[in-house]
Unconditional design. Structure first.
Length: 625
């Protein structure tokens, strides 16, 4: 009997997700029978790090995760069919390399950082690149006989049947294709196109939403006033690239804090956003109290108990989420800081469990149990700290924002406020439950897209996915040096005559500039996808944008995401039919997996999806011809 030709798999995107799928193929290789699997990794950037985590980027850019919270390896918490293949977190890897227990090629520029790395550090993206490169090489070394890997340092530009065309003019035969998509680059939306046209007409500069490290900002002149819309992580990267990246220098002061010494090449950044404040700094301590019981109030059982056919996220679901966050917060406050409460935790917990969120009875319970108002959780104030506030001058507002950031830095460094970490852990638990809510199909379509995918995701990022504390210290130093000014909450930008003009709810007056930067990643959008391959598949109907069906009216609302079947990540075409041998995984697919790296022991959805996809592919490999 003639030997069967190898089964060829094209993995489009060889960053952490693509290599994660490869790892699962190796782990589940016992499903292979008598046919070889040939995996083609297609990416112009190095396998492992990929585009975002490539070594070739500014050494100033850091992760916003601590090294003990980053892993590429499955563990016993992951509820999957395939076997667990344990391995080190980023922190454990660095220590093992430092101690000679692991052999890894570490670039000279990051050796000192690796040697000194500690639990509460925030590694450079270059060090993470080294970890991901090592992980990829480990995966290759662990692949059993029967799986071969071919690397293609090129971009996939077309798929025709079972042939993938590459940017270098070659083709790859593909019995199956996996698209490992991260954030989708997008063409400007309607409003952004208007601003692009306005800028071109008047000789201005406009930078639409994009990945900051890949945007060329060299056209921004020294001393120029620049309007920046967005106060999250993209702004933090922009801030560093246009200041320290242009030769400025931060000096650590003896009593704490920083002083910035300008190089003279910096512009002046006038930054604002909807909230008007930066994301909260990462927390720098551990829980003091008893282990948290999560989820407690927001799980599948609680979701099933919600009345009504079409749920409104803010009105129906948010109270459960808010109660979960409060449970995490008060659990840590009561068990970690019992001297600051008036009730035994068991008594409080029993009463808390029976009361609706934010009811008069619950507010009364919290007031009786927690005497200091500063120790009570105020989610509305947390979400919109500047709501309803006005200031008489730019100086007054600048002073207020400085004090806000200083207080945040102090709170995130002081274990006396470890209840904040309890809320943080509860928020992570909630985020992990959201795919369950989506799959139940009970959310009103408009509420799912605007409230859950929009407002709540923004709240999560603002509270739980902020920058390292030093970044906010640098922000304060840049403000003190006159390099950054603050535009306030509800920032509005209009195109008037020959300039962009910014105003806001809390900032008095207006600021005009000839340059406007959107400091954010573009939202998911299949219709505006900038990638030529996705455009081709979309235009031929082979790839579709997910539509969310309203459970009552049946009306369909586009979500922007690549439409996939959540159970096995198969691509769904324009008619809703699953493709037999094409798959897609990533945060901008219907599965809505997190874009961040996996925290250990969290039953991460990305690991579960990678395992399921790998097993589906291996079933195709072993299927009879």
């Amino acid at each position: 009997m003639a030997e069967r030709a190898p089964f060829t798999l094209a993995v489009v995107g060889a960053g952490p997700r693509g290599v994660g799928v490869l790892e699962r193929l190796g782990a589940n290789a016992g499903l292979l029978r008598d046919r070889r699997l040939e995996v083609h990794l297609i990416d112009p950037f190095p396998p492992g790090p990929g585009r975002v985590w490539r070594y070739d980027q500014s050494p100033l850019l850091r992760m916003n995760s601590m090294p003990e919270d980053v892993t590429m390896f499955t563990d016993e918490s992951v509820k999957m069919t395939g076997p667990v293949r344990a391995g080190p977190t980023l922190l454990e890897w660095a220590r093992k390399v430092r101690d000679g227990e692991l052999d890894a090629e570490v670039p000279p520029d990051v050796v000192a950082e690796l040697t000194a790395l500690d639990s509460f550090d925030f590694p450079t993206r270059r060090l993470q690149s080294a970890y991901l490169t090592w992980f990829y090489r480990q995966v290759l070394g662990d692949l059993p006989d029967g799986i071969d890997v071919v690397e293609h340092a090129a971009r996939a530009v077309g798929v025709d049947g079972r042939t993938v065309s590459l940017s270098d003019g070659t083709t790859v035969p593909a019995d199956a294709v996996v698209f490992t998509v991260g954030h989708l680059d997008a063409e400007p939306d309607e409003r952004e196109r208007e601003l692009v046209t306005f800028a071109a007409r008047h000789g201005l500069a406009y930078y639409p939403a994009g990945y900051t490290a890949d945007v060329d900002y060299s056209g921004i002149a020294p001393g120029e006033t620049v309007l920046v819309r967005g106060f999250g992580l993209a702004f933090v990267d922009l801030m560093l690239l246009l200041t320290e990246g242009r030769g400025g220098r931060f000096e650590d002061l003896p009593g704490g804090g920083l002083r910035y010494h300008p190089s003279g090449a910096e512009p002046v950044l006038h930054v604002g956003s909807r909230r008007g404040v930066p994301y909260h700094a990462k927390i720098g301590y551990r829980l003091r109290g008893k282990p948290l019981r999560l989820p407690r109030f927001f799980d599948a059982y609680a979701m099933d108990g919600l009345p009504g056919q079409a749920l409104d996220f803010r009105a129906d679901v948010w109270p459960l989420i808010a109660k979960e966050l409060a449970w995490g917060y008060y659990s840590e406050l009561f068990t970690g800081h019992p001297d600051r409460v008036n009730l035994d935790f068991v008594v409080f917990a029993d009463a808390f469990a029976d009361l609706p969120w934010d009811s008069p009875e619950m507010r009364d319970l919290v007031a009786r149990a927690v005497p200091a108002e500063a120790d009570r959780l105020d989610l509305d104030r947390l979400d919109r700290p500047l709501a309803g506030r006005e200031f008489g001058s730019a100086e007054e507002f600048g002073k207020e924002l400085r004090e806000y950031v200083e207080a945040d830095l102090a709170r995130r460094a002081d274990q006396a406020f470890s209840a904040d970490l309890g809320a943080f852990m509860a928020l992570l638990s909630v985020y992990g439950q959201l795919p369950v809510l989506v799959q139940k199909g009970r959310l009103a379509a408009s509420s799912q897209v605007s409230d859950m995918d929009g407002w709540f995701h923004g709240f999560f990022s603002y509270y739980a996915s902020g920058p390292p504390p030093r970044r906010l210290e640098e922000l304060l130093a840049l403000h003190q040096a006159g390099v950054v000014s603050f535009a306030g909450a509800d920032m509005r930008v209009t195109a008037e005559r020959d300039a962009f003009v910014a105003s806001g709810a809390s900032y008095p007056g207006e600021v005009s500039a000839r340059t406007l930067v959107e400091a954010r990643l573009p939202g998911p959008s299949v219709t505006r996808a900038a990638d030529g391959l996705l455009q081709q598949l979309r235009d031929t109907g082979e790839l579709a944008e997910e539509t969310v069906a309203d459970p009552v009216t049946g009306a369909l609302l586009p979500s922007g995401r690549i439409h996939t079947r959540v159970s096995d990540s198969r691509l769904l075409d324009g008619t809703g039919q699953p493709h037999p041998h094409r798959f897609a995984v990533g945060p901008h697919t219907s599965a809505r997996s997190a874009a961040a790296f996996t925290r250990p022991r969290t039953n991460a959805s990305s690991f579960r999806q990678n395992d399921a996809v790998a097993r589906e592919i291996l079933a195709l490999v072993s299927a009879p011809s």
